[in-house]
Write a protein that binds this ligand. Structure first.
Ligand SMILES: Nc1ncnc2c1ncn2[C@@H]1O[C@H](COP(=O)(O)OP(=O)(O)O)[C@@H](O)[C@H]1O
Ligand SMILES: [Mg+2]
Length: 246
């Protein structure tokens, strides 16, 4: 069986800074992969390449065994590889429910000027996704007024309505207090379990990584410096010295 996501020899540099240095990477269905690495290591760039926002200078990306390297982000999302951003990309003047409706209508090409949004998307599906992330009680509120943790959850609801097979989360707990991080991650993971979505998440908090990841990949200067079981990677002296910062 082919990997859900595979990269072959990805290469990219911004000027003299090498951000993808011959990345050969595979992800299997069902994994919960944490990506760790210091700021500037190339984690977000890797996500950008996989999801079509940036073209590598060399190398290929395969999703479910089919090449997606040169597809547009929207086409890649339609195939089932969806990402969230470190700063949630919401429609801040719209209600929580409408944000999910707009995200869904975009997928179905139903974002017409004259078609009411409520008709374009099955209401039960929208509300179910909101319920999964605990936002149903706030469905009628303006999304821009939500606290950061709930903005993150709304961003994830907007990704889940697309029915992804792989969801890539760029720092889902950044900007959220330490106390809130576990609750946020537990909610996200429950929703992913329910929808049987494979996931990659970028995360700095070692405690979160060891609680929620089944595998960890550590990025150093555009390279995957370690990749394996969380306990092994987090105990690796090179990773402890260069990534975790001890
Ligand atoms: N569009 C861009 N143009 C030039 N340099 C960039 C661009 N995007 C990222 N970089 C640089 O590439 C490096 C890797 O960035 P990034 O992938 O965002 O790292 P990370 O997500 O691991 O913090 C950084 O040095 C960053 O400044
Ligand atoms: Mg980043």
């Amino acid at each position: 069986m082919s990997a859900l996501l595979q990269t072959r020899d990805l290469q990219l540099a911004f000027g003299a800074v090498v951000v993808a240095d011959h990345i050969n990477f595979e992800l299997q269905e069902g994994e919960r992969l944490a990506v760790i690495g210091q700021n500037g290591a190339g984690k977000t760039t890797f996500i950008n390449i996989c999801t079509g926002l940036i073209r590598p200078t060399a190398g290929q990306v395969f999703f479910e065994g089919r090449e997606v390297t040169k597809l547009a982000p929207r086409a890649i999302a339609l195939r089932g590889m969806v990402r969230s951003f470190q700063l949630p990309q919401l429609f801040t003047e719209h209600t929580v429910r409408d944000c999910v409706r707009i995200a869904s209508a975009g997928k179905h090409g139903a974002l017409g000027l004259w078609q009411p949004l409520a008709e374009a998307v099955p209401a039960a599906e929208v509300d179910h996704v909101l319920e999964m992330v605990g936002l149903l009680p706030r469905a009628g509120e303006i999304s821009g007024a939500l606290p950061e943790g709930q903005r993150k959850l709304l961003d994830i609801a907007m990704a889940l309505i697309l029915k992804p097979r792989l969801l890539i989360l760029d720092e889902p707990t950044s900007g959220v207090s330490t106390d809130e991080k576990h609750g946020l991650m537990a909610t996200i993971m429950r929703a992913l379990d329910e929808q049987k979505v494979t996931a990659i998440f970028v995360e700095h908090d070692v405690d979160i990584v060891s609680t929620y990841a089944t595998r960890v990949a550590a990025w150093i200067a555009g390279k995957v410096a370690a990749d394996g079981k969380p306990a092994d990677v987090l105990a690796d002296p090179v990773i402890r010295a260069n990534v975790i910062g001890e």
